[in-house]
Write a protein that binds this ligand. Structure first.
Ligand code: SF4
Length: 717
């Protein structure tokens, strides 16, 4: 209703559109009210406009290509249709209207100037641009020659957690159905796949057990080996939510970090000694009978062996190895056990240990013994993985499992035909064994999708030479690298924003993503390239479109059953899976016969890193704020590089004095296998005896070393 503005000073009753009545004495008050109502109207208009815009973009949105949080993004275009930015969706359960700096800027690397733009083939030592037909033809005939001459087990395949479920599923099928080899794995073998294997063996579910939002409601959060503010920003934001309602936070990390500053307890563990503090806590809880006996009796197996194995173990014994005061271990263990809901978050400190699987099994023991598994806001979450690490495992890009984590030893033909394999699948070499096979001469052909195995290889020179001498090396990627330089065939792939498919985040959320822009130059989606190789090898992949692969996955993997492309496209939040006994999505521990399995994951001499006199420091590799992995994509993003483009070695002031170096000095960092030059940064955040180098490639090039914690020494340049 329009408001009548009168100059009269007489009091008036003014009806508002909200049905209230305002007593207006003078003109000023009326004008104020008028402006206020108009302002509210505008707010409503803006809100409705934003809602409408968000609804419109639901049909055209993507998933962040970096970390395993899986934030959903929608695009921003310039007037001429160029992708100029990305923004978060407000009603998405993970992004909740916020992104980290990587997500906001994820569009930039996609059109970076050095993108691979056309297939190339190597002839007489030189690389030439070729047509797709020629490159695919040579790839397939070379592979057939290798199979004929050396057999199918001489071919290796490496998938990627940066590629979609559809890409990985089809690569797995090419390996298992067409070539008939089990030599397929991904680089996650050296970090995250052992974690998922441990989950599968201990909890009967090959994935973390809780969602990010459940962290917000936990009463006790234990973060093992990570500064989530960089590696898992959405996990860190949920911890902040939980702290607001007085949850307790314990951070087990040798380094001081943003998260450690917020913690009630910072347990400064010596690198790679995690099995000691975990078993120290478990033994204390057993001794003090602060365990959940009812849960152990009803829902677990193997407790007797665990208890017997820890009879001589104690926090005081653990302290000698891990450096955490026994008393602190006991306090944290008791608070964890007595919490209503408690969460364990696994970070890179755990995935850098010698025996990742054993360490994660020990953490599972801690969760099971206290009954903090399988309840709302109680469980285990993995942080810091790539955006499709979970999907790579689910799709069976594994040498010893089939899609969905099913074992290879299936009893009958009917069962493996469910996976559309023509013959019984065989076990193969894992990632490390495939790379070793290249050096030993057992592998003659290697197909690599979205990976650079030269990074972090301990024996770079020998490995590079062996790669260049392979009968066939196919590299499928976005950017040039040491690998594309020596490949026989290079297939240029489309980036995630240039195609459609699905990713599965670390809370098992399977999400459809749309193409936001046209494919770059003469590039193709990874799955399209693999399908062409299928056809060139006289096999039918049975798909013409990406959604047909999504449907095939849904038909094949029981717990992806309701994840047909059509369903996923409608669900902007994605669909989360959890298998029950029949493979139906459910919470397995709610099934009557679900039982978690304790393991005897005790420390042994091989698990700790031996210090040698000539290498007195322990190198902790890790991520640094805005960069992701070795920076293949994040180092091609101007804003992220502007944040901090140096690499450095961080060390404690006492060590700096001991080794006679000062802030900013250039030093050589030397391990038994590699050597790099970088600058010193002195920091109280690093414990004495340890040093930290970030993984990204600019300047310091940590990737020359192996990715694990390792002994090093430093020398002034
Ligand atoms: S990097 Fe992770 S937290 Fe950051 S926007 Fe991407 S998915 Fe979200």
């Amino acid at each position: 209703m329009p408001i009548e503005i009168s100059a009269s000073r007489n009091s008036q009753i003014l009806p508002s559109k909200f049905g209230d009545y305002y007593d207006c004495d003078d003109l000023r008050l009326k004008v104020k009210l008028y402006l206020k109502i108009n302002f509210i109207r505008k707010l409503f208009f803006i809100r409705n406009f934003l809602k409408k815009a968000e609804r419109m973009t639901i049909l055209n949105s993507a998933i962040c290509p970096y970390c395993s949080c899986g934030c959903r993004l929608y695009p921003r275009y310039s007037a001429n249709g160029r992708l100029t930015g990305l923004a978060p969706l407000r009603n998405h359960p993970v992004s909740r209207g916020s992104l980290c700096i990587r997500g906001w800027n994820a569009h930039e690397y996609v059109r970076y100037s050095d993108r691979l733009s056309a297939p190339t083939i190597r002839k007489n030592g030189n690389q030439y641009e070729s047509s797709w037909e020629e490159a695919i033809g040579i790839a397939s005939s070379c592979m057939q020659n290798v199979i004929q001459k050396w057999g199918p087990q001489s071919v290796g395949f490496i998938g990627s957690s940066r590629c979609s479920n559809e890409d990985n599923y089809l690569l797995m099928h090419l390996a298992r159905s067409v070539v008939k080899t089990g030599n397929i794995d991904s680089k996650n073998r050296i970090t995250y796949l052992p974690v998922l294997d441990a989950f599968y063996e201990g909890l009967r579910i090959g994935s973390p057990t809780i969602t990010f939002n459940q962290i917000s409601k936990a009463d006790f959060i234990m973060v093992a080996g990570s500064d989530l503010s960089g590696s898992c920003p959405q996990g860190a934001s949920r911890i902040c939510d939980a702290l607001k309602h007085n949850a307790k936070l314990a951070v087990v990390d040798p380094r001081g970090s943003n998260l450690a500053k917020l913690a009630n307890h910072h347990l400064k563990v010596l690198p790679s000694t995690d099995l000691y503090w975990i078993n120290g806590m478990i033994s204390h809880l057993i001794t003090k009978e602060k365990i959940n006996a009812e849960f152990i009796n009803q829902k677990t197996t193997g407790y007797t062996e665990l208890r017997k194995g820890l009879e001589d173990f104690s926090p005081a014994f653990a302290e000698k190895f891990c450096g955490i005061p026994a008393e602190l271990m006991m306090i944290v263990a008791e608070q964890f056990a007595s919490a209503q809901n408690a969460v364990i978050i696994i970070g890179s400190g755990i995935t850098n240990t010698r025996d990742i699987k054993k360490t994660v099994r020990a953490l599972i023991n801690l969760g099971l013994i206290t009954g903090h598994i399988g309840k709302e806001s109680s469980g285990i979450l993995l942080s810091g993985a790539d955006n499709n690490t979970q999907g790579t495992w689910d799709m069976g890009v594994l040498p010893d499992r089939l899609p969905g984590g099913f074992p290879l030893n299936m009893s009958n033909q009917e069962k493996y035909q469910q996976f559309k394999f023509k013959s019984k699948p065989v076990a193969g070499k894992n990632y490390n064994e495939i790379l070793a096979g290249v050096i030993s001469g057992d592998i003659h052909a290697l197909y690599i999708m979205g990976d650079n195995p030269l990074e972090f290889h301990e024996n770079r020179n020998e490995f590079e030479k062996a790669l260049s001498e392979l009968d066939l090396l196919i590299v499928q990627d976005l950017f040039p690298s040491e690998m594309t330089n020596i490949a026989k065939i290079v297939f240029p792939a489309s980036a995630p924003f240039e195609r459609a498919g699905t990713f599965t985040n670390s809370e098992r959320r399977v999400q459809w993503f749309d193409p936001l822009i046209e494919p770059f130059a003469n590039t193709k989606s990874d799955w399209e390239i693999i399908a062409s190789v299928f056809r060139a090898m006289d096999s039918d992949p049975g798909v013409q479109q990406v959604s047909e692969i999504t449907d095939q996955i849904s038909d094949t993997i029981p717990f992806y059953e309701n994840m047909k492309a059509e369903n996923l496209k409608k669900e902007i939040q994605g669909i989360t899976w959890l298998p029950d006994n029949d493979g139906n999505p459910s919470e397995p521990w709610l099934q009557e016969d679900w039982k978690g399995e304790f393991s005897t994951a005790f420390p042994s001499k091989d698990d700790t890193i031996e210090r040698r006199e000539e290498y007195p420091l322990l190198l902790i590799p890790g991520r640094f704020h805005s960069f992701w992995g070795t920076g293949i994509r994040s180092c091609r993003t101007s804003l992220l590089i502007r944040e901090d483009q140096r690499s450095f070695i961080q060390m404690n002031p006492a060590d700096a004095q001991k080794f006679g170096v000062k802030n900013g000095w250039r030093v050589r960092v030397i391990s038994p296998a590699a050597k790099i030059e970088t600058s010193v940064e002195i920091s109280e955040n690093i414990p004495p005896g340890a040093v930290f180098i970030p993984m990204h490639k600019i300047d310091g090039a940590l990737h020359q070393f192996s990715r694990k914690s390792q002994p090093v020494r430093i020398e002034s340049c």
